[in-house]
Write a protein that binds this ligand. Structure first.
Ligand code: CA
Ligand code: CA
Length: 470
């Protein structure tokens, strides 16, 4: 009997130690951890628990029990790598064939989407292959070839899990879809075609309304849509997003906060573009009902042809033009959309919007009643989630570079990581202040993971585990 009590006590401790961070940005992609006692000062030779060299990839580490998972690429091979959480030692690597080498934006990577786990298995998605599931010990459970994807920037959305369902958003210039597969078989549960969406990079967030179906909210070009996870049916939607959604929204208690920025869609730049049939009347010289590049006198279009000829067939058709009109008519914004709706809430759903100093890639953060926006160049803005009022705006002095990694928070602190390799530690709050600028001496694209009083940070060449040394 005594033995049994001791055993339970030990098990309890073990469970506390093995706190997980199971997907991109941790719990529901929020970037928020309840952890305490995190280090403020760290770097290649400060507060390092361990460091392990890794092949390149921008995916974030996910923490599952005693293991860590990341994806990477090494030439023609896409890799899933499992590390020991205590020591950083590589436990196994699994190669999968790189079926193709798709176009990428220079800031993207063939291994950008982060793995996801339910604690029993791990799931990865590669632009150049599709979905694969492994057991924690590295046995391949199933794989589902997908693509190729017509996305000139490459893919960015990470897979997410809800119950038995694995979700993957695949928005690109043409052939966009959102897919749900059974997590144990890889078999399709449902698939929603999204012809009205172009390139997108946002990871879905899970919404569990009281008394309603569990939903996956997906931010895509021009529209935020909430899907019933079981059926794929659209439960509600909100028109009025910009055309390239890179950040992942964050959920608050009564609202979802959605950020979108794209070139040419800043405040005051919206234009009303004529309908296709009217443009054809003057521009379609050969009368074939399409616009060849030579027929288009507008340099705005010909200069950025790939963003308008979405299906990449060398001419502009009806769909290309329809989405071009949408693109020229939208405004970049950070918006608060009311939760709990049904149907079309385009006119009624917006609580507030903010249109200045908007980040391009980093996702917004909601932490202890304050919203954070981390913009390229090193400008941080905090906002009041209730009304969108700016609380404070300032520069990341000592870390004025590009930002691709998303901010994360714990222990009363916010951590932001610049491309040039600085991790700025902020005292959280509406009157945030810089506590420390750490220099990793390597570039950073991945979003860190936080658990057990430790920070797991991936740089271009390595995965670090940092912890306070007593
Ligand atoms: Ca023509
Ligand atoms: Ca076309």
């Amino acid at each position: 009997m005594v033995y049994r009590i001791c055993f339970v006590a030990v098990l309890g401790t073990a469970l506390l130690i093995a706190e997980d961070w199971l997907q991109f940005r941790g719990p529901n992609a929020s970037g928020v951890s309840m952890n305490t006692n995190l280090p403020v000062e760290f770097g290649p030779s400060k507060n390092v628990e361990w460091k392990t060299a890794l092949p390149p990839g921008h995916s974030s580490p996910v923490l599952v029990g005693e293991r860590i998972f990341v994806t990477a690429f090494d030439g023609d091979v896409l890799q899933t790598i499992c590390l020991d959480r205590k020591t950083g030692k590589v436990m196994w690597r699994r190669d999968s064939p790189r079926a193709r080498q798709q176009e990428l934006h220079k800031s993207n990577s063939p291994a950008s989407p982060s793995p996801v786990s339910d604690g029993k298995n791990v799931y990865v998605f590669f632009t150049d292959f599709g979905l694969i599931s492994y057991g924690l010990d590295g046995n391949e459970r199933w794989k589902a070839a997908m693509g190729p994807f017509n996305n000139p920037f490459g893919m960015g959305a990470s897979p997410v899990l809800v119950g038995d369902t694995l979700l993957q958003a695949c928005d690109s210039e043409s052939g966009s879809y959102f897919i749900a597969v059974n997590k144990d078989t890889g078999k399709e549960k449902w698939r929603v075609e999204r012809p009205d969406y172009s390139r997108g990079f946002s990871t879905p967030v899970i919404y569990r309304p009281a008394g309603g179906p569990v939903q996956a909210i997906l931010a895509g070009s021009y529209q935020l849509t909430s899907f019933d996870v079981e059926t794929g049916k659209e439960v509600w939607w909100y028109r009025g997003l910009t055309w390239q959604l890179k950040p992942t929204p964050v959920l608050g208690k009564d609202a979802i906060y959605v950020l979108g920025w794209a070139g040419g869609a800043d405040t005051g730049q919206q234009e009303i573009i004529p309908a296709f049939e009217d443009v054809l009347k003057t521009w379609d010289k050969n009368g074939d009902g399409k616009l060849q590049k030579a027929e288009v006198p507008d340099e705005k279009i010909t200069k950025d042809w790939r963003s308008t000829d979405l299906d990449d067939n060398g001419e502009l058709g009806d769909r290309d033009w329809k989405l071009y009109r949408s693109r020229r008519n939208v405004q970049n914004a950070f918006q608060a959309i009311k939760l709990g709706p049904k149907g079309d809430v385009s006119d009624s759903g917006k609580l507030w919007s903010y249109t200045k100093s908007l980040p391009n890639v980093p996702s917004p953060l909601l932490y202890e009643g304050v919203l954070y926006l981390m913009k390229e160049g090193g400008i941080l803005t905090t906002l009041n989630p209730d009304d969108g009022a700016v609380l404070k705006q300032g520069r990341m002095t000592g870390a004025l570079s590009q930002y691709f990694s998303s901010p994360v928070a714990a222990d009363g602190k916010v951590y932001v990581s610049s491309e040039a390799g600085n991790v700025v530690v902020l005292k959280a709050g509406k009157e945030w202040e810089i506590l420390q600028v750490n220099d990793m001496d390597d570039m950073i694209y991945a979003t860190p993971a936080i658990a057990d009083g430790k920070i797991y940070l991936r740089t271009r060449g390595a995965l670090y585990c940092f912890a306070k040394k007593n």
